[in-house]
Design a protein around this ligand. Structure first.
Ligand SMILES: Cc1cc2nc3c(=O)[nH]c(=O)nc-3n(C[C@H](O)[C@H](O)[C@H](O)COP(=O)(O)O)c2cc1C
Length: 412
């Protein structure tokens, strides 16, 4: 990138951040309670739409002012619909209420927002005294987790790009535009990040091969096929914080010299498709995607390809065939996709979690990432724990935690 182009990037992004911070401050400072409703697939399947409607109708009926903020999944899927009420005037910290049915929503408006009593033990079956109501971050599950990829999931509105930017979103991408591709690839190599799609191939090495590969056009694919039974980590990330994945994709594309990416999302994930679509449109509107991003000479377009639900299409060479319009059949490698991939061009394929790990790594540095997890596999892993456990849901823990600890200590 020519050096004079840098001068335009920072003011352009500064203006976007300023707007995001203004909106965030207006939200926080609004002198009314905030009701955060989890509306990812797990929430909706448990009735979150009806719960949100009940809040809206009861607030209107009782003439109470409050802001309803739609979020994604916080990972505690066993407790859906999950609602967090932040009512600073009451003197209580934000309180996480589990299993909030429309009836409980009505009671919460009356008892907590109108009368100032957050206990609701007769509704929720809890027996805590007022002063013992814990802050949501005191939940033991959060203490055992380490969230890098899911840090913002369940806290930001996935359909509002400014919510992500207010939390430092896209600033790592902007920082990356000041670095050389070699610097970025080296940082990812030094971090020791390994692909989260199953094979565990070193991400930095894959990007380096793609960077040096010969080809007129280079491509990036985000693998969101996720066909393994019971797995819904990638879906949840896309539904709860799509911009972190898009930011990782943009950094990857800049590093390897690609200007086009395809997000391969299975068609059984309609909410993820809708939310990612909105995210792409919003990023385009702000000039974070498209031609001459933020006035630089980096062009980058992202599009969605919906997979038809064949498990094998999660395998990278079958996925390439599927995008090309053929039956999804794996082929022998080599050549690897980084040498000869989609439409015979060098192609990087990375999993959703791999790409979402990239912004925190470049923001905090390779050494920080290496301090988490194990020597051979730094960082965190995300599990969807389903079946015969008490706390079904998503858990992000450092690599190296035993399955026994995950299943018994964390998920009960
Ligand atoms: C049968 C089969 C199914 C696969 N399904 C997926 C999948 O759903 N998601 C995924 O990311 N990787 C899947 N993989 C691994 C991919 O082929 C590929 O290694 C991965 O997308 C590379 O990304 P990563 O380096 O970020 O892990 C599958 C592999 C096989 C053999």
């Amino acid at each position: 990138m020519s050096p004079n182009k840098h001068n335009r990037i920072d003011p352009a992004f500064k203006a976007i951040r300023k707007e995001a911070q203004k909106r965030r401050e207006a939200f926080i400072e609004a002198p009314v309670p905030k009701i955060h409703v989890g509306m990812a697939t797990c929430g909706i399947a448990s009735g979150a739409i009806e719960t949100k409607t009940a809040f809206e109708e009861t607030l209107a009926k009782r003439n109470i002012e409050a802001l309803i903020h739609t979020t994604g999944c916080i990972g505690h899927c066993y407790a859906e619909p999950v609602v967090i009420i932040d009512h600073p005037d009451s003197g209580f910290p934000p309180i996480l209420y589990p299993e909030v049915t429309p009836g409980k929503a009505q009671m919460l408006v009356k008892l907590f927002l109108e009368e100032g009593d957050p206990r609701l033990e007769h509704i929720l079956g809890a027996t805590v005294a007022n002063e013992l109501i814990p802050s949501i971050m005191d939940f033991s599950r959060f203490n055992k987790e380490k969230r890098l990829v899911m840090e913002k999931c369940g806290h930001i509105d996935p359909e509002d790009i400014y919510d992500y930017i207010a939390e430092d979103g896209y600033s790592t991408f902007v920082k990356s535009l000041h670095l050389t591709p070699v610097d970025i690839v080296n940082e990812i190599k030094n971090s020791g990040l390994r692909g989260r799609g199953g094979g565990g191939y070193p991400t930095g090495k894959k990007w380096e091969l793609a960077m040096h590969a010969e080809g007129k056009v280079k491509l990036v694919i985000c693998n969101a096929d996720e066909g393994d039974p019971g797995a819904y980590m990638d879906r949840t990330i896309l539904e709860s914080n799509p911009h972190q994945v898009i930011e990782g994709l943009a950094i990857c594309a800049y590093a390897v010299g690609a200007s086009r990416a395809i997000m391969y999302i299975r068609a059984e994930y309609p909410l993820a498709v809708k939310i990612v679509n909105t995210a792409i449109q919003q990023a385009k509107e702000l000039g974070l995607l498209g031609k001459n991003i933020l006035g630089s000479d980096f062009d980058f377009e992202v599009e969605i390809f919906q997979g038809s639900g064949a498990f094998v299409c999660g395998e990278e060479t079958a996925m390439i065939r599927s995008i090309e319009g053929f039956r999804g059949m794996p082929r022998h490698r080599p050549p690897f996709p980084v040498q000869n991939g989609l439409w015979h061009q060098p192609t990087v394929i990375n999993n959703v979690k791999t790409l979402a790990s990239v912004p925190p790594i470049l923001k905090n540095g390779a050494a920080w990432f290496r301090s988490i997890g194990t020597e051979k596999s730094p960082g965190t892993a995300i599990f969807s724990v389903v079946g015969d456990v008490v706390h079904v849901g998503l858990v992000e823990i450092p690599m190296g935690v035993t399955l026994r600890s995950l299943i018994f200590d964390i998920c009960g």
